[in-house]
Design a protein around this ligand. Structure first.
Ligand SMILES: *[C@@H]1O[C@H](CO)[C@@H](O)[C@H](O)[C@H]1NC(C)=O
Ligand SMILES: *[C@@H]1O[C@H](CO)[C@@H](O)[C@H](O)[C@H]1NC(C)=O
Length: 277
């Protein structure tokens, strides 16, 4: 220690401060001096500086600093890229009907058409006509079957059916035949009574039966061309062939026969054999 330093330390204030400092920080045994020496003013002078200590361990990670102040607003960005197309929205409500538009200008007249081909119309017409006929037949057949099912009379061997369509004798014959039957031929009292009952119960007055003398005047035959045998049920005074053209026979609701004109139209009775031919 230099003399200069020594003189300075002799300054009373410094001395007191150093004393307090040494007492607080190092205790009394820092320099391994006896406590009495420490208290002595002669031992208060600091010793030489020690060697530099080893490097300490790395300290712990410090605490997060405080949140800094809000920075200034940035500059406005550039326009971004165009976005993807969004999904189609819902269909809106139906709008009001628009006003009628003005009439448009006339169009340009069309070009001349191609020459037509020769139509085989006759063939088509014939075909369509045949179809119509078939359909009509089917309809009448259905109507016939329907009414047959709702009203029919029968014996052991046959069915009898009053067709409620007004036909001439000839039409009636055909009608029964195309349905697999024949205009009814009452050949005995039993069948005659049955048909008569059928007529009256149905509320009719007269129907054609299958008896006529169209082939030979005065010689009545059945629709199957067999001659009347020992049965007939003529009304009193009949057949009289008034005016010479009553060649067909009707049965009245009483069961009696009356010769009448073939062209008159009325309901008629068909008979159908139960036996298969
Ligand atoms: C005709 O009448 C006779 C007697 O009345 C009878 O025996 C005969 O079977 C009848 N003929 C027919 C075809 O009904
Ligand atoms: C019998 O037929 C004739 C000719 O159609 C007719 O004038 C006459 O009234 C008929 N008789 C009966 C009882 O219906």
């Amino acid at each position: 220690m230099s003399a200069k330093e020594h003189n300075q330390l002799w300054n009373r204030g410094t001395l007191v401060l150093l004393f307090i400092f040494q007492m607080q920080i190092f205790g009394f045994d820092v320099d391994n001096r006896p406590a009495t020496d420490v208290c002595s003013t002669h031992t208060i002078l600091p010793g030489p500086k020690g060697d530099e200590g080893e490097k300490g361990d790395q300290g712990e990670v410090g605490k997060h600093g405080k949140v800094g102040p809000k920075g200034p607003q940035g500059n406005k960005g550039v326009v971004g890229d165009i976005g993807e197309q969004g999904m189609m929205g819902k269909i809106g409500p139906i709008g009001r009907k628009g006003d009628r538009g003005l009439r448009g200008p006339s169009g340009v007249s069309g070009g001349k058409g191609k020459a037509g081909t020769v139509c085989d119309c006759g063939r088509y017409r014939k075909f369509v006509g045949q179809l119509d006929i078939n359909v009509a037949r089917l309809k009448t057949s259905m109507k016939f079957v329907k009414s047959v099912l709702t009203g029919i009379r029968e014996t052991e061997e046959k069915f009898y059916y009053i067709v409620q369509e007004e036909k001439s004798y000839k039409e009636a014959l055909t009608h029964c035949r195309i349905r697999g039957g024949i205009l009814a031929m009452p050949k005995d009292e039993e069948v005659n009574a049955l048909i008569a009952d059928y007529i009256s119960k149905s509320g009719f007055f007269r129907v054609f039966i299958g008896v006529s003398d169209t082939e030979k005047e005065g010689q009545f035959v059945y629709a199957d061309h067999t001659p009347l045998q020992n049965y007939s049920n003529w009304k009193e005074g009949e057949p009289k062939d008034a005016f010479g053209h009553e060649d067909c026979v009707e049965m009245l609701s009483t069961g009696q026969w009356n010769d009448t004109e073939c062209h008159l139209t009325m309901y008629f009775v068909c008979e159908f054999s139960k036996k298969k031919k």
